[in-house]
Write a protein that binds this ligand. Sequence first.
Ligand code: NAP
Ligand code: MG
Length: 500
Amino acid sequence: MAVQKKTSPRKSNTVRLKFDTAWPYSPAPESKSAAQIKPQYDLFINGEWQKPLTKKYFKTINPASEQVLSEVADAGEADVNKAVNAARAAYDKHWKNMPAKERGKYIFRIARIIQERARELAVIETLDGGKPIKESRDFDIPAAANHFFYYAGWADKLEYAFPNRRPEALGVAAQIIPWNFPLLMTAWKIAPALATGNTVVLKPAETTPLTALTLADIIRESDLPPGVVNIITGAGNTGAAMVNHPDVNKIAFTGSTEVGKIIQRSIAGTDKKSTLELGGKAANIIFDDAPIDQAVEGVINAIYFNQGHVCCAGSRLYVQESVAKEVIRKLKDRLESLIVGDPMDKNTDIGAINSRSQLDIIHKYIKIGKMEGADMYESSCKLPGKGYFVRPTMFTNVAQSNRIAQEEIFGPVLSVLTFRTDDEVIEKANNTPYGLSAGVWTDKGSKIFNMTRRMKAGVVWANTFNKFDPASPFGGYKESGFGREGGLHGLSAYVNLRNL
Ligand code: NAP
Ligand code: MG
């Protein structure tokens, strides 16, 4: 009798090895116990925790589990007024006249306590915002401490920063920050303001207030005179009340271009100084002489790092036509190996999207990309059942005029375009309303200099991406804002320069 052979459906020759199924990593979760999150937070005004006059609180959740972590005060206009008054009194009474060397000591102290409490801060950052623990632990928190260290060093050396001029503090700075790098943005704002002798009222974003509130605790521990730093929480209205307060001298804002424009309109005709760090749509350019594997890894870092919640993310990739096929194939393979899931797991590459509304925006743009006729490729990874997650996604055959090539998505979605000549890619790279950052991958130094000179972007990385240092300035062209944070330039944003 003939043996009936079992037939299986014909398989294609291409087998895509799935990294997570072929060599699964065991879970390596960081412990939540490192974070002591209080059930409720009041406003940090004049060195103490004060109940909001509104008597209102709102919840902050963990976007990876949708569980409530804590509730925080919702500051109204009267609370903002209290905070600004406390900052003004501290400026007049203590801070303005304190010897610069003493000011520097406090900032050093804050930096050291951040280092001591780094693990706790990293865990809180990841729980509250959804970013992978390896990023909070290895990037956000150390970079925040570095920023305080760097500006602590400047406090008593301002005469060298501004030779033959007399730098004078502005007074009270109102500082408003977004949700993508909560503690790091807090450091970018507070450290240079204190070093130059200003006092501060800072508001973190609604969805990620917890590390800024933990910093309030650190500031108390540092014995900084009360009122020099005030940290208040609330939504957009709270930010607007800060901007419109008549006793504020300086607005430092990082966030969307849309809100940046509202702020500019509100302060027009006043003598308030401002710096605005806004959105971006960075071009990342790969020439055919680039080290391709290194460039592919750089592209992954540029757009999928921190779920693409990065203002300077390399969200537009321009590949020279002759190497486009190879780059796209390698990118697809690499996308498959990215580990998406629990942000508290030390192996996770892509964590949770920060909020439901941001997830909706990303889905909206993925739909737009498909409707515009681009080809979509997404990783085949499984997504957790709860929480806000999206697969790392890439569009090819994108046209320069497509919305996915022009508008900021702020998620792990890459648009790939091709080019033939230097002139063509420069024209395309500069052709968006933004100009925050860009990247160039090539073997030739001369090409790098040619590109950096002609690209309208505040930062241009060469053969790398998303590298930050407190000593180097950061900021944009066009609708990406104005003013610089970081480095020597970051000091100028907080002083008036007088003649000697
Ligand atoms: P956003 O909506 O502009 O919010 C930023 C901050 O402003 C939040 O604290 C927000 O409070 C507050 N705010 C909202 N409306 C306000 C108003 N009318 N007046 C004053 N403050 C107001 O931006 P986001 O969605 O949080 O952040 C994402 C954006 O930030 C992206 O466009 C990204 O490119 C940009 N970003 C830029 C940089 C840079 O350095 N250039 C860095 C990081 C992010 P609520 O949270 O309560 O709404
Ligand atoms: Mg949260």
